[in-house]
Design a protein around this ligand. Structure first.
Ligand SMILES: Nc1ncnc2c1ncn2[C@@H]1O[C@H](COP(=O)(O)OP(=O)(O)OP(=O)(O)O)[C@@H](O)[C@H]1O
Length: 281
């Protein structure tokens, strides 16, 4: 039995190569199942997308882009896309299996994470984003639902639906409001620094259990983002170092946000993040 998925670029996969197991979840465009490649016995997640849905919403270009970007990335904190194949009705994505499921589930279960857990996830995300940025990929849709955990609790960025591969500034309005940087809310040109802002939002949400600019309406969230209306509740208790890192990331002027390298050098990360990236509760 091989411990690695047998990748052959010339290989054409088909449904016969896999034994399908239990469903893992349901997305907007299809379902995800745990599956095992027959020859190697390697366990993967098989994402099934109905062509009809993709055609209805004219998303084939976006899906193709998502698949090509994700397949080209190799990082321990980026979910691997090993390959894809299709039949008459469906497209199948062969994905790395994230046994631990969504980080979102973890957050909702416990309310908020410990400083060690939060710092470990932020460090993993920072390293994955540094790698993506080097490859000219801006994710733009990083939120807890798009973060999965493997069997050792290692964070994996999934879902490159809104990512963009470009070294130039971008103008599209996209993403979820709570995680959006001011320059994106305003629909201004934006660059890699949008992901640094999102790291600040996530760090806050990991530690306090809710994103910092949450409001009753989208309009109010919008206003709070634009004002950088940031406050730190007295409970749960969060260390001054963690609050300092959040304040250095949630900065309106994107050029003044802490760089990814400086995040890794921040005392809170140095003191709290597990260098192996694994996280057991
Ligand atoms: N590689 C994976 N390993 C383990 N579980 C997965 C994996 N991919 C997806 N899942 C689970 O299946 C669920 C559905 O995934 P899917 O990506 O289709 O949904 P989604 O995140 O809502 O995406 P979309 O918005 O593109 O429909 C996820 O919420 C997750 O719990």
């Amino acid at each position: 039995m091989s411990s690695q998925f047998q990748e052959k670029p010339e290989r054409r996969w088909s449904l016969q190569d896999f034994e399908i197991g239990k469903p893992l979840g349901k997305g907007k465009f299809g379902r995800v199942y745990v599956a095992r490649e027959v020859k190697s016995k390697y366990v993967v997640a098989l994402k099934v997308i109905f062509k009809e849905q993709i055609e209805k919403y004219r998303l084939h270009h976006q899906l193709r882009r998502e698949m090509e970007i994700q397949a080209s990335l190799r990082h321990p904190n980026v979910l691997r896309l090993y390959g894809w194949f299709h039949d008459a009705e469906r497209i199948f994505l062969i994905l790395e299996y994230a046994y631990g499921g969504e980080l979102y589930g973890e957050l909702r279960k416990t309310g908020h994470l410990s400083e060690n857990q939060a710092a470990t996830y932020i460090a993993s995300l920072t390293q994955a984003l540094a790698y993506c940025h080097e490859k000219h990929v801006i994710h733009r849709d990083i939120k807890p639902e798009n973060l999965l955990l493997d069997h050792e609790g290692r964070l994996k960025i999934a879902d490159f639906g809104w990512s963009v591969q470009s070294s130039s500034k971008r103008h599209t309005m996209c993403g979820t409001l709570d995680y959006l940087a001011p320059e994106m809310v305003e629909n201004k040109a934006h660059d890699y620094a949008v992901d640094n802002w999102t790291l600040g939002i996530l760090c806050y949400e990991f530690l306090y259990g809710a994103p910092p600019f949450e409001a009753e309406s989208q309009r109010d969230t919008f206003k709070r983002i634009m004002k950088v209306d940031l406050s730190f509740p007295s409970t749960p208790h969060v260390s001054a170092e963690a609050r300092n890192l959040i304040s250095l990331l949630l900065v309106k002027d994107s050029s003044k946000r802490l760089s990814l390298q400086k995040i890794m050098e921040h005392p809170w990360i140095i003191e709290n993040a597990n260098p192996t990236g694994t996280c057991k509760k």
